[in-house]
Design a protein around this ligand. Structure first.
Ligand code: ADP
Ligand code: 5GP
Length: 188
């Protein structure tokens, strides 16, 4: 059974989802770990596709039932977590798991999976550029963008806890770097 996992973490707006989706499009043997969250769905998001959407009460009940590998209250009142059942579901199929989690979650998953895991920190060229990208993405309210930008500087300090730091300036260059990291890890 192939039980490798790949973890991508970054402050929100760095380009993590864009890079993860690119890698997934190249690798049919990889599967995205659908996290659980207590935040509201955004735009076209669907339950079971981008996230499992739970109420805060339901999320807390599942924490108490020890259903998570890891979870964080990433933003005040908004929980996010990796369900043990999701990891098992993907491994049962023999697929490689790809995670898109916040920086603390990324560090915790790396500790949990050890050498089975490749952890990559995606870094925007600057906090100002990250803010511009969140505004251009057009999916968050000004308040949500302000919360995310305010958190980014502290989150950047986690970069050295990852196996690799990938600077996402020119997207095509970042794609090539991500591909090389993933291919190197999978061929080991
Ligand atoms: P995250 O998942 O880290 O929150 P996204 O992948 O949603 O970030 O990217 C945030 C926004 O920035 C999106 O609108 C995306 O298209 C854009 N983006 C991603 N990478 C780049 C880049 N290298 N240059 C310019 N814009 C980018
Ligand atoms: P968003 O609300 O933009 O979808 O995600 C906000 C943050 O939560 C992102 O940094 C995202 O990677 C993170 N996140 C998503 N799923 C998980 C998870 O399962 N665990 C943790 N710790 N963070 C997550």
């Amino acid at each position: 059974m192939n039980n490798k996992v790949i973890i991508f973490s970054a402050p929100s707006g760095s380009g993590k989802s864009t890079i993860v989706n690119h890698i997934l499009s190249l690798h049919p043997e990889m599967e995205f770990s659908v996290s659980a969250t207590s935040r509201q769905p955004r735009g076209t998001e669907q339950n079971g596709v981008e996230y499992w959407f739970f109420s805060a009460d339901e999320f807390r009940r599942r924490i108490a039932a020890d259903e998570f590998v890891e979870y964080e209250e990433v933003y005040e009142g908004s929980f996010y977590g990796t369900l043990k059942s999701e990891v098992q579901r993907i491994w049962d199929k023999g697929n490689v798991i790809i995670f898109d989690v916040d920086v603390k979650g990324g560090v915790n998953l790396k500790k949990y999976f050890g050498d089975k895991a490749l952890s990559v920190f995606i870094q925007a060229p600057s906090v100002e550029e990250l803010r511009r990208r969140l505004v251009a993405r057009g999916t968050d309210t000004p308040e949500a963008i302000a919360k995310r930008v305010a958190k980014a500087s502290e989150e950047m300090t986690y970069a050295d806890k990852f196996d690799h730091v990938l600077v996402n300036d020119d997207l095509q260059v970042a794609f090539r770097e991500a591909e090389a990291l993933v291919d190197g890890f999978l061929s080991d």
